[in-house]
Design a binder for this molecule. Structure first.
Ligand SMILES: [Zn+2]
Ligand SMILES: [Zn+2]
Length: 221
């Protein structure tokens, strides 16, 4: 699926303007020549040790900016670079990381994915750096609720291959991309944008999302 095909698809769904904004952002990052992050083997080991203790990487590895500072495009680009540059981290994450927040930057997930990893299970996608990590099914990633009576899901017939998982304990929801049903998926930031109708559906039912989508939107009503 080329960017052009994605735009055509987005046009059908009426979100072309939003997508253009996203591509502008990517172009700006490229033009600004975001530096790549070279992590040393001892820093990598520190990061893996941190992950084993349930600490995300930015709690362990020193960065040239304040991780808790205001979010901007450069910070995001830098984090994405960091996440990609952390070779050897994936195995540690899949073996030890059981949290509902990102193992690299500590942000909350923006999407869940079924069947998008090697074992075909459930994984989460970070709303900031796009790191993807395995997560237990039938658990709320936000509050840890595993009482099945308080967990449910919504479908939209117009959006095949997607669903919304919601939690009645914390009243939050997570959009799920079902790669097994869809066959493949767009890049996850694009998936987050083209599924705006699902955000509206969930929010009409009174559920909320905490992590903004790639355009910085949380509430869509
Ligand atoms: Zn992250
Ligand atoms: Zn919850």
């Amino acid at each position: 699926m080329s960017p052009k095909d994605i735009i055509i698809e987005a046009e059908k769904k009426g979100v072309r303007k939003l997508l253009e904004h996203y591509y502008d952002l990517l172009d700006a990052m490229k033009a600004a020549d975001i530096p790549s992050f070279n992590i040393s083997s001892s820093e990598l080991q520190d990061a893996i040790d941190g992950i084993k203790r349930g600490r995300y990487v930015l709690k362990t590895v020193k960065l040239p900016f304040e991780p808790d500072g205001k979010e901007d495009a450069f910070r995001k680009a830098f984090l994405m670079n960091l996440a990609k540059g952390l070779n050897g981290l994936g195995d540690a994450v899949n073996k030890y990381w059981e949290n509902g927040f990102c193992p690299v930057c500590g942000s909350l997930p923006s999407l869940g994915v079924f069947g998008g990893n090697r074992d075909g299970g459930m994984s989460l996608v970070c709303s900031l750096c796009e790191t993807q990590w395995n997560f237990r099914r039938l658990h709320c990633p936000f509050c840890g609720n595993d009482d099945q009576k308080g967990l449910g899901y919504l479908y939209s017939e117009a959006e095949e291959g997607y669903r919304i998982n919601y939690c009645d304990k914390c009243k939050l929801y997570l959009k799920i991309v079902d790669v097994r049903k869809k066959g493949n998926a767009y890049p996850y930031p694009i998936e987050d944008i083209i599924t705006l109708p699902l955000d509206i559906l969930a929010q009409e039912k009174g559920y909320k999302r905490l992590s903004p989508n790639p355009l910085g939107m949380v509430m869509l009503k």
